[in-house]
Design a protein around this ligand. Structure first.
Ligand SMILES: [Zn+2]
Length: 399
């Protein structure tokens, strides 16, 4: 026996009792076979014969409309068990009835829409949720389902329309989500080479969320595409003041733009000032690489050591190892050192530096939409696996 059916026993027993007493009081108005039919249906359920049970319950509905809510509960149980087809049959049957009142019919419609949604029949679900949006009681809930459908189907314009309605109607703030939808449209326009449209969408993104990091990154990319690298760098630099945690995301773009401008010394200054705000391993790696290139291996190694001391993390240790590996000949490489390097590689490469502040989802790359909870802009980079290093050995005082 599936314990979930026990949940149904309670309302059934209550209704059975109610029906019995109603039957006793007004034997003329009630069919004497009704309670018997219910218990027959329940017996089929308990014996794992859901199709037979379903048939009995569907027939009962035809004789007594007052048990509609119980059928609704049965339909929901089927859906929760993943038996969407059975749930759909129950809810369709209720919706088709002409003798139930409007509020029950709307409830059945809402349940049916969720059956379609769960079955992935988004077109049908969309139609019903749209119909339900006209009913005040379901406006918010139907809107949220529609948003999930458009989100999944990447129908950004429709998603924006619904999110704006919801923003006015429910307490939750959708501004950040709407900004991300505009960023999606901007990304599509950039891919298609439609710069004008991309600019228009980014303007809308900022209108809804003036601090949308993604829109800032894209604005810089647009400026760079226009060949205005100085402007692009200025846009990305702005992040250092109000979103330093995102500096690591733009350092690659900044590097490319400074390369076009052929201005390595400004790039170095940029990296140094970015490092003061955020010890992102990507920033450290670029600064060390630049130092190695201009001042030699030893200067690079010394800077790396210095930075590892200042910002100890597994990632920075890993970089130190990598640099060291590049600098020594394989014959000189110590066996233990190689083992340690391999271990560290495994830890860092499988490490999950990004986490969702909403659901705790962890990943090793940035997702603008959390794959776990589907929240927009909720995934952030963590400051890395911080280590506490012992103080450097002090020279013995002679005296
Ligand atoms: Zn999440």
């Amino acid at each position: 026996m599936d314990p979930i059916w026990l949940l149904l026993l309670l309302p059934l027993a209550a209704a059975g009792g109610w029906l019995m007493s109603a039957h006793d009081k007004s034997a003329v108005s009630k069919s004497g076979g009704l309670p018997e039919a219910y218990f027959k249906g329940l017996s089929f359920l308990l014996n794992e014969q859901p199709d037979k049970a379903l048939q009995v319950f569907l027939e009962v509905v035809e004789v007594d409309k007052e048990t509609v809510e119980m059928h609704m509960a049965l339909g929901n149980l089927f859906r929760r068990r993943g038996e969407v087809e059975r749930a759909t049959r129950i809810h369709q049957n209720l919706v088709a009835r002409s003798d139930i009142d409007d509020s029950l019919r709307e409830l059945a419609l809402f349940e049916l829409a969720q059956d379609y949604f769960k079955a992935g029949l988004f077109d049908r679900a969309e139609n019903l949720f749209q119909e339900l949006q006209q009913v005040l009681e379901y406006k918010g809930q139907a809107g949220r389902f529609l948003l999930q459908i458009y989100d999944q189907e990447k129908e950004w314009q429709k998603a924006i329309y619904v999110a704006k309605q919801l923003d006015r109607f429910v307490e939750q703030n959708f501004a950040q989500t709407i900004a991300h939808y505009y960023c999606e449209l901007a990304e599509k326009a950039i891919t298609e080479g439609n710069i004008q449209d991309a600019e228009k969408h980014l303007k809308s993104a900022f209108h809804h969320d003036a601090r949308c990091i993604r829109a800032v990154i894209q604005s810089g990319r647009l400026a760079a595409m226009h060949g205005n690298h100085t402007n692009a760098i200025a846009i990305w630099r702005g992040l250092a003041y109000w979103a330093p945690q995102a500096m690591g995301e733009v350092v690659g773009h900044v590097s490319s733009s400074y390369a076009v401008l052929n201005d390595e010394s400004s790039f170095k200054k940029f990296l140094e000032s970015a490092l003061e705000k955020n010890a992102d391993p990507r920033i450290i790696a670029m600064l060390v690489e630049l130092t190695r290139k201009n001042n030699g291996k030893e200067a690079g190694q010394a800077l790396m050591l210095n930075l590892v001391r200042k910002h100890p993390s597994l990632e920075s240790m890993y970089q130190l190892m990598n640099n060291h590996e590049q600098d020594v000949t394989p014959s000189r490489r110590d066996k233990d050192f190689s083992l340690l390097a391999d271990l560290l590689t495994e830890v860092v490469e499988t490490g999950r530096n990004y986490h969702c502040r909403q659901c705790g989802f962890q990943s090793n790359s940035l997702h603008w939409q959390c794959p776990g909870c589907k929240g927009w802009g909720t995934v952030q980079r963590q400051s890395g696996n911080k280590l506490t290093l012992p103080p450097p050995p002090q020279p013995l005082s002679v005296g």
